[in-house]
Write a protein that binds this ligand. Structure first.
Ligand SMILES: Nc1ncnc2c1ncn2[C@@H]1O[C@H](COP(=O)(O)OP(=O)(O)OP(=O)(O)O)[C@@H](O)[C@H]1O
Length: 301
């Protein structure tokens, strides 16, 4: 399976919600579409799910012609799924199975299988109105899988959940990704790091970075020294900036984050400068820049 997205764009009147986005998704991958609120994640997923017509660009599934209905290949869980609270979990899945053209028997068998797979078979005869948030999301994922799609797309599958529900659904996704191709959106980097193999970072409608977690870590991994002083002034920052080992300094109140090109040299230079100048240092920590730093760097460009 291969999903190829080329120059996908969506405008709402004059507002460009998704701007010239291109990427590829292959069988077996679990990819996170990561971006802040309003970045364009939902709009992208809705176009891929066939619920929204792109203004321009192409969506090709296994080399299909652009515009061909690919909904039978894709399972989709919207950000705010609507359930009938009076139905039981099993009734709901049988109902969506029938909508997906399964016979009654097929729908029942498929529902039982999926309820087992997403771990809510004990509650299959309970009304959905009584389900916890995590159980509803698991039912929503089962719904997305009903027609045996080649891949599933999940819009913010854990964002609205409490910590217990989050954990339930993240664990389920860990299991599902073993044999399901998954594209999911999130605004939480930790969730993306925990379950995905790769990231698509979207910012103001544009794809600003993409790659496997390993590639991105390698690319953005920088050595960093965090310093705190009793007081920080511009002159101090200027003097530190002149040290040959320091590449860049950012300030957060009395804390300075220094990206350095050589930790050992930087340690020596910073400590000796601090002593000479009589600055009152309260913290000196060597660390590595994380994907969090990458996220902030890319998003603040
Ligand atoms: N139907 C619409 N009409 C007009 N503008 C829209 C419409 N849908 C989305 N937008 C705008 O497009 C931009 C992208 O929205 P989108 O919902 O795709 O972002 P998102 O990344 O999913 O954010 P969130 O996490 O808040 O759902 C936003 O500025 C939004 O206001």
């Amino acid at each position: 399976m291969e999903l190829l997205i080329e120059n996908l764009t969506k405008k709402f009147n004059q507002q460009v919600a998704v701007n010239n986005v291109s990427f590829q998704l292959k069988s077996g991958q679990c990819i996170a579409l990561l971006g802040a609120n309003g970045a364009g994640k939902t709009t992208t997923l809705r176009m891929l799910a066939g619920l929204l017509t792109p203004t321009s660009g192409e969506i090709k599934f296994d080399g299909s012609q652009n515009g061909v209905d690919i909904r039978s290949k894709i399972g989709y869980l919207p950000q705010h799924p609507a359930f009938y609270g009076w139905m039981t979990g099993k009734e709901f899945l049988v109902y969506v199975g029938r909508l997906a053209n399964l016979t009654k028997l097929e729908a029942e068998n498929r529902a039982d299988h999926l309820l087992e797979q997403v771990g809510i078979s004990d509650a299959k005869n309970k009304r959905i109105g009584k389900y916890s948030g995590g159980m509803r999301q698991r039912l929503g994922i089962a719904q997305a899988l009903i027609h045996k799609p080649s891949m599933i797309m999940l819009d913010e599958p854990v964002s609205a959940l409490d910590p217990i529900g989050r954990r339930e659904v993240l664990t389920l996704l860990q299991e599902l990704k073993q044999d399901t191709t998954i594209l999911f959106s999130t605004h939480i980097l930790n969730d993306a790091e925990e379950i995905s193999d790769g990231l698509l970072l979207i910012h103001q409608g544009q794809l600003v970075e993409q790659g496997s977690l390993a590639e991105l870590r390698e690319k953005y991994q920088k050595q960093k020294i965090e310093l705190s002083f009793k007081e920080v002034d511009d002159q101090m920052i200027e003097q530190l900036n002149q040290l040959s080992s320091i590449v860049e300094i950012s300030q957060n109140r009395d804390q300075l984050n220094c990206i350095v090109n050589n930790v050992d040299l930087a340690r020596e230079q910073i400590l000796s400068k601090t002593l000479d100048s009589g600055w009152q240092m309260t913290n000196f920590t060597v660390s590595r820049a994380t994907l969090e730093d990458m996220f902030m760097e890319v998003v603040n460009k």
